[in-house]
Ligand binder design. Structure first.
Ligand SMILES: Cc1cc2nc3c(=O)[nH]c(=O)nc-3n(C[C@H](O)[C@H](O)[C@H](O)COP(=O)(O)OP(=O)(O)OC[C@H]3O[C@@H](n4cnc5c(N)ncnc54)[C@H](O)[C@@H]3O)c2cc1C
Ligand code: FES
Length: 290
């Protein structure tokens, strides 16, 4: 399965306006920005950088993945949602952003998830924590009439079963469950403390699915590094194609600063550093060196 090494569309820097803000789960919000320029171009798995439109604190933007785009009354994409967890400086400020506030955004960035080949029988998305957000657009592209990108991506995987295994520390951190209530999406939850779904790691749900009558033949994964490392090992042992969406810290998002490098295996079998913002964030699991 080939993947374009560089972004399918050049990035733009724009000033966007906050349209909506919603608490989705503990310390977890959905922010909706009016931003037609990026909404028209972005595809599932791509991301954008966000920072306040004014001032220099924080100085650097922070990367966030597309949750989904939304349309105007004519069916044209005019903005997008992303989910965020409050962990530090910028995400700590973001809950105070009000409707109408201006935000500086640049994107779409990165490569996005590859288009699912039509012959795929079962796509399994494995998510940990806030790593579930990129899979809403993946699922809607495959299971609904929602389309993404400029030109619009041609998706012909009608016969593909789509599952999402989503794990969190506890039920109070499970975010976006109402958005993921999509006809045809096989959703399985796991919590570390047994407060909802399977008691234990989300990787155990992946193992169960691989041992079932309809095992996945393609895996997409996003979440904490130890979880992605475990998924890489499981997919390799089962000989199933797998792609990981890396979340390395980033400063520029456009390939200039090299703050985002990850160790990626090259054609000669040796690893070298690759810029996650430009050549990722999505890499074949078999190439990622943890
Ligand atoms: C491609 C990509 C997509 C992402 N999508 C999302 C998303 O959709 N929703 C979301 O909530 N987060 C997402 N992240 C992570 C998000 O960018 C960080 O949580 C954010 O930068 C934190 O900013 P801050 O100013 O609040 O924290 P800071 O004050 O900058 O940092 C707080 C603490 O978090 C650590 N930290 C910061 N970034 C990361 C990181 N990427 N990995 C591990 N530790 C980190 C810092 O080292 C520090 O200890 C994504 C990251 C990448 C690279
Ligand atoms: S974030 Fe600057 S090169 Fe990737």
């Amino acid at each position: 399965m080939n993947h374009p090494a560089f972004p399918p569309c050049p990035a733009l820097q724009v000033t966007a306006r906050v349209v909506e803000q919603e608490l989705m789960a503990r310390n977890t919000y959905r922010l909706r920005l009016h931003c037609p320029e990026i909404a028209r171009r972005i595809v599932p798995g791509q991301f954008f950088m966000v920072r306040p439109a004014r001032g220099s604190d924080p100085l650097l933007g922070r990367p966030f993945a597309l949750f989904d785009t939304f349309d105007d009354e004519h069916g044209q994409p005019v903005g997008f949602d992303f989910g965020y967890v409050t962990v530090g400086k910028l995400t700590g400020l973001m809950p105070s952003w009000q409707v109408g506030d201006e935000v500086s955004v640049w994107g779409p960035l990165g490569n996005g998830f590859p288009i699912v080949p039509a012959e795929t029988k079962h796509l399994m998305c494995v998510a940990g924590g806030i790593g579930q957000t990129p899979f809403l657009a993946v699922a809607r592209e495959l299971l609904t009439s929602r389309r993404y990108g400029l030109p619009v991506r041609d998706v012909a995987a009608d016969a593909t079963k789509v599952s999402l295994c989503y794990g969190a520390r506890s039920a109070e951190y499970l975010a976006g469950l109402k958005e993921f209530a999509i006809d045809g999406l096989d959703m399985r939850l796991a919590t570390d403390d047994d407060s909802r779904g399977h008691h234990g790691f989300v990787t155990e749900l992946l193992r169960q699915s691989l041992a079932s009558d309809s095992p996945p033949d393609l895996i997409y994964c996003c979440g904490p590094e130890p979880m992605m490392h475990a998924v890489q090992k499981i997919a390799t042992a089962a000989s199933v194609a797998c792609w990981l969406s890396l979340e390395t810290p980033m400063a520029c998002g456009i390939g200039i600063c090299y703050s985002c490098v990850a160790k990626i295996q090259q054609d000669d079998g040796e690893w070298d550093y690759r810029r996650t913002c430009l050549e990722g964030p999505i890499f074949p699991a078999a190439k990622v060196v943890f």
